[in-house]
Design a protein around this ligand. Structure first.
Ligand code: SAM
Length: 276
């Protein structure tokens, strides 16, 4: 068998790029783009054409949405200029040709204030809205989403919880060339504020500590549903992830449920629809 002339250099904390590692360990952007397009079609009977990815970071999901169809457009919103700039270099340019790039709009703005073109669907994933620590702020964000959607448009926010989430602990997941660590560092039962961090470890023994640190409020599904309804969303409900019988962890299959399970840790998606 022919040898790879340029073997990939081994990953080490000395040279690792935290965005590359994040995308490889946390995101499944191509699968998610396909999944939300399928759900949107199922809910509305329409094709998902204009997607807004809030808290888009490196805009990987927005890029994949644009790539899926020649009529697809995406709007990515993030406050942090350097992260958006990284996304332009490492995701937008390699993944999209010039025509596709014209169908992607990246806005360096606060999602609380952004005035974007109207979208068919807005996604806020990986719990990023948890930066809002008061009902007033999170409520204002959800109202802004409602205003930014076309009639019949949909908002999807993911959420997490369960007794395991409240424990001080670090979970480790091995990936090719590195280990991903998710640390639940501090949780305050009074305010529901939670501090979590992502670290990476490498086979040469080096560590990238605090690659990302999150200072969040842990919102409950009940609070999220109430805020969706207060903002004017209809048919507000939860998609609950099923459990893999062998591993006891999430199986990636989300179904509409009125009652959740008493799982140690769970992920779900809150869905709301703007009147059509
Ligand atoms: C956890 S990352 C999310 C990355 C990606 N969307 C994902 O699903 O993995 C959170 C992002 O939210 C951005 N962010 C935090 N507060 C924001 C705000 N008020 N408005 C816009 N972006 C914000 C940060 O700059 C960061 O890039």
């Amino acid at each position: 068998m022919a040898r790879d002339p340029k073997p990939r250099p081994r990953l080490t904390a000395r040279t690792a790029d935290r965005h590359v590692l994040y995308q490889r360990s946390v995101q499944a952007a191509e699968t998610d783009a396909a999944c939300y397009a399928r759900w949107f079609k199922k809910y509305t009977g329409r094709d998902l054409r204009v997607l807004r990815e809030d808290f888009c970071g490196t805009a990987l999901l927005a890029c994949h949405h644009v790539k899926r169809h020649r009529d697809n457009r995406a709007i990515g919103v993030d406050l942090h200029g350097p992260t958006l700039a990284w996304g332009r270099i490492h995701n937008v340019r390699p993944l999209l040709d010039a025509e596709q790039q014209r169908r992607l709009l990246l806005l360096q703005q606060n999602v609380l204030e952004v005035r974007s073109p109207k979208a068919d669907a807005i996604l806020a994933l990986n719990f990023s809205y948890s930066v809002f620590k008061t009902r007033r702020e999170l409520g204002a964000y959800i109202v802004n989403c409602h205003r930014s959607l076309k009639p019949g448009g949909m908002l999807f926010l993911d959420a997490w919880g369960g007794p395991d989430v409240l424990k001080q602990q670090t979970d480790r997941t091995r990936h090719k060339g590195f280990t991903y660590l998710w640390e639940q560092r501090r949780y305050d039962p009074i305010s529901h504020e939670i501090v979590c961090a992502i670290h990476f470890e490498f086979p040469d023994g080096t560590k990238f500590r605090d690659a990302f640190v999150y200072d969040w409020r842990l919102w409950t599904l009940a609070e999220l549903r109430e805020l969706f309804e207060a903002a004017g969303f209809e048919d507000v409900h939860v998609l609950w992830e099923g459990t893999d019988k062998k591993t006891g962890t999430g199986n990636g299959v989300f179904r509409r449920k009125e009652r959740g399970d008493m799982d140690e840790a769970w992920i779900s998606i809150v869905v709301g629809r703007k009147r059509g």
